[in-house]
Design a protein around this ligand. Structure first.
Ligand code: SF4
Ligand code: SF4
Length: 366
């Protein structure tokens, strides 16, 4: 059995509050209320414990992390502990002076999410009027503050044909990296799957667009792009493998191997208020549950990719098959793979239904 290594990165979900309402949001359907959020001192203790555990990177996320008034204080605290800090933000709550204050606090990097290139489409998808104009403005403040910028674009059937323009926009904004992130279908996105699923033809055009942009923009813009699961033949290594490199802390302090892990039934996730991060990382049953390869069923157990994709995504496997140990249906060796591809093709060929927007109380777990 391989020894458990220390984690590299912590995704700190400071809050589930967010002014946007993206229908693919990776937050759980049952959002944590503001009253349940960890206070400033508890977050600082979590970052101290993370640094001692070996974590190098802290990604501030949410919801919208800038909804927390103590964001600057938390960034400054991480900075004093030698942690590299990345702010993952919708940007709409940030103005010029706040960006300068975050830079002064020691922030290293900013990742702004964009819903599309066309402002009307972007604002419609995010459910927030004026959001796109604000993001473009804030991207300027990021560069002005001397910080590195990544553009994150979540792509789906209702914006994938804008990909060329999204790439040009990232270059114009001075981003060094563009993440072209296809929607992952669990939580809110699974509820909106038919409204979001691209067609195979759209996907092939997008892949060709990325290939040509990568060649054209070598040295200017790095583009991260992975073919989405529903049209892939093998799954991705979700989170680099369960409990191998990353963990999340939810707004209320639950420690999770990935941001969707709370969708899995029968799992008990421990909380930073009850136990230290080191004990949770090395000793909690939830982290042990799918760590390594011992839990795997056949055909994963004897597959030569078992230590490459680590069996794919447990949340997707459960959402689509009802089994937490099932082979991820993104793998062509899964008995559910054909149905997965067929459903993707069927849904993408039909008219897109209206979005169910991500709001407190808008959806309940299935
Ligand atoms: S995906 Fe959209 S709704 Fe969810 S946290 Fe990000 S900006 Fe907010
Ligand atoms: S059988 Fe399992 S380990 Fe092999 S490629 Fe498929 S999901 Fe990955």
């Amino acid at each position: 059995m391989t020894a458990v290594e220390p984690p590299l990165a912590l995704l700190a979900e400071l809050t589930h509050r967010c002014p946007l309402q993206c229908p693919y949001c990776s937050n759980p359907l049952e959002l944590d209320r503001a009253a349940a959020e960890l206070d400033t001192d508890t977050w600082k203790r979590v970052f101290d414990e993370a640094a001692r555990l070996g974590v190098l990177h802290v990604h501030f996320s949410g919801g919208e992390p800038a909804a927390r008034k103590d964001l600057e204080a938390l960034v400054a605290h991480c900075s004093t502990r030698g942690l590299y800090t990345n702010l993952i933000t919708s940007a709409v709550l940030i103005d010029r002076s706040r960006m300068q204050a975050l830079a002064a606090a020691g922030l290293n990097h900013v990742q702004i999410s964009f819903q599309a290139h066309d402002p009307a489409n972007a604002d419609r998808i995010g459910g927030y009027a004026g959001g796109q104009a604000r993001k473009i403005e804030v991207a300027g403040y990021v560069r002005e503050a001397g910080l590195q910028l990544t553009v994150n674009a979540v792509m789906h059937r209702q914006n994938l044909d804008e990909l060329d323009d999204v790439i040009d926009m990232a270059v114009r904004l001075g981003a060094r990296r563009l993440e072209v992130a296809h929607v992952q279908y669990y939580g809110w996105a699974l509820k909106n799957r038919a409204a979001l699923m691209p067609s195979r033809a759209q996907l092939e055009r997008a892949t060709a667009t990325v290939d040509s942009a990568r060649a054209r923009l070598k040295g200017t813009l790095v583009i991260d792009y992975v073919v989405p699961d529903y049209y892939a033949r093998r799954p991705k290594a979700c989170m680099g493998g369960w409990g191998r490199r990353f963990f999340n802390v939810s707004p209320s302090g639950d420690v999770l191997p990935c941001h969707a892990a709370s969708t899995l039934p029968g799992m008990r996730f421990e909380n930073v208020k009850d136990r230290g991060l080191r004990e949770i990382w090395y000793g909690s049953a939830a982290f042990e549950r799918f760590r390594g390869t011992g839990w795997m069923p056949e055909p994963c157990r004897s597959c030569d990719r078992r230590e490459t994709d680590w069996g794919g995504c447990r949340c997707q496997a459960f959402a689509l098959t009802g089994g937490v140990d099932a082979v991820d249906p993104a793998c062509e060796f899964s008995a559910h793979h054909t149905e997965l591809v067929t459903s993707a093709e069927r849904e993408s060929a039909a008219a897109a239904p209206a979005f169910i927007y991500r709001r407190f109380g808008a959806a309940v777990p299935a």
